[in-house]
Design a protein around this ligand. Structure first.
Ligand SMILES: [Zn+2]
Length: 337
């Protein structure tokens, strides 16, 4: 099976220049991890890929062609905090930098509030409940996106909305302050699921128990503050876990979610390759991707067409299992991790 390729476009520069604080944070995070000698999938270096998913006129073997919209980087909006609501107390060591800015553009925020009445500025979004889908009878696949929110996450949400697809986003806490809070609130309002992917993406088994707890606690806290949601899923960075990580996850009420389809999208920044690997999913699969990479987001329209043509429902983890998962336990059970 082959998929059409993409070519660099003039909007790539615009997309990268417009990334703003989010991109700066992604770069600083990559540098931090590089300095720590960590072979991290979180990198934003390399040749900028195209910023549009332009139809090329070539056949698309995994689904019918359809016009696609340009990927638009997220732009800063108005205040993102929930000032009118009780916010959870910060745990010890919780970050103070990056708290919601009261000086952000009120005009942009007002426009956004008008456009999304169910997601008013100043309040938590109304969560869209999990759908009741019997994934033992219906073909389901759970797309999961790690390491964000990032510059292209908003465009990804647009694509998912067009196909009524839902996904699970495993959030890195230090990516959240600022624009990320607004993106997370949109995810909740549109029915996506949020999971904890640590604060700064270390290998958790290498940390003390207190260190593991802080990594998870901080991210629980900032997501709760931004969205009102208490997450009950986590994914250990690199899939690296052990008995102590399991114990701390259990203590915080977090089930450990691994995967069975790895797109290796952090390594191969080629949307055709990413789409081809993700398309190997079978009913019940959990697919690992990273929404901080443009090439990954570019692969998603093809994936959506591929799965739609085969009758798949794109579901969250909670919808996939249809029940509350056991804290500390690893899923999928027997995945070899
Ligand atoms: Zn990760």
């Amino acid at each position: 099976m082959t998929l059409r390729g993409t070519r660099p476009g003039p909007l790539a520069v615009l997309a990268l220049l417009s990334g703003g604080s989010m991109r700066v944070r992604m770069l600083s995070m990559a540098l931090l991890l590089a300095a720590a000698g960590c072979a991290s999938p979180i990198t934003t270096t390399g040749t900028p890929p195209t910023a549009t998913i332009a139809p090329t006129g070539q056949a698309t073997p995994i689904g019918p062609n359809e016009p696609t919209a340009p990927i638009v980087p997220i732009v800063p909006a108005g205040p993102t905090g929930p000032p009118g609501r009780t916010t959870p107390a910060a745990p010890a060591g919780a970050p103070v930098a990056g708290t919601p800015s009261a000086t952000a553009s009120g005009t942009a925020g007002a426009r956004k509030a008008e456009a999304r009445p169910d997601w008013p500025v100043g309040n938590f979004p109304a969560p869209r409940p999990a759908r009741r889908i019997n994934c033992e009878r219906v073909r389901c696949v759970a797309l999961t996106f790690d390491d964000g929110p990032g510059t292209y996450t908003g465009a990804l949400l647009d694509m998912l909305a067009r196909y009524r697809g839902r996904a699970t986003f495993f959030v890195v806490g230090q990516m959240v302050p600022g624009d990320g809070e607004r993106i997370l609130r949109r995810m909740v309002a549109e029915g996506h699921e949020l999971g904890n992917h640590s604060w700064s993406h270390p290998e958790l088994p290498g940390l003390s128990e207190a260190g593991i707890r802080e990594q998870l606690n901080r991210t629980q806290w900032i997501v709760k503050r931004a969205t009102g949601v208490t997450m009950d899923l986590m994914r250990p960075p690199y899939g690296a876990t052990d008995a102590r990580v399991a114990a701390e996850s259990r203590h915080l009420g977090l089930a450990q979610i691994l995967w069975d389809v790895d797109t290796l999208d952090w390594r191969d920044r080629d949307s055709s390759i990413v789409a081809r690997r993700a398309a190997e999913a079978t009913p019940g699969s959990i697919v690992l991707m990273h929404d901080i990479h443009l090439s990954t987001v570019q692969a998603v329209p093809r994936l959506l067409r591929h799965f739609a043509a085969r009758g798949y429902r794109l579901v969250t983890l909670s919808e996939l299992y249809g029940r509350r998962l056991v804290s500390g336990r690893k899923y999928p059970v027997g995945s070899g991790f």
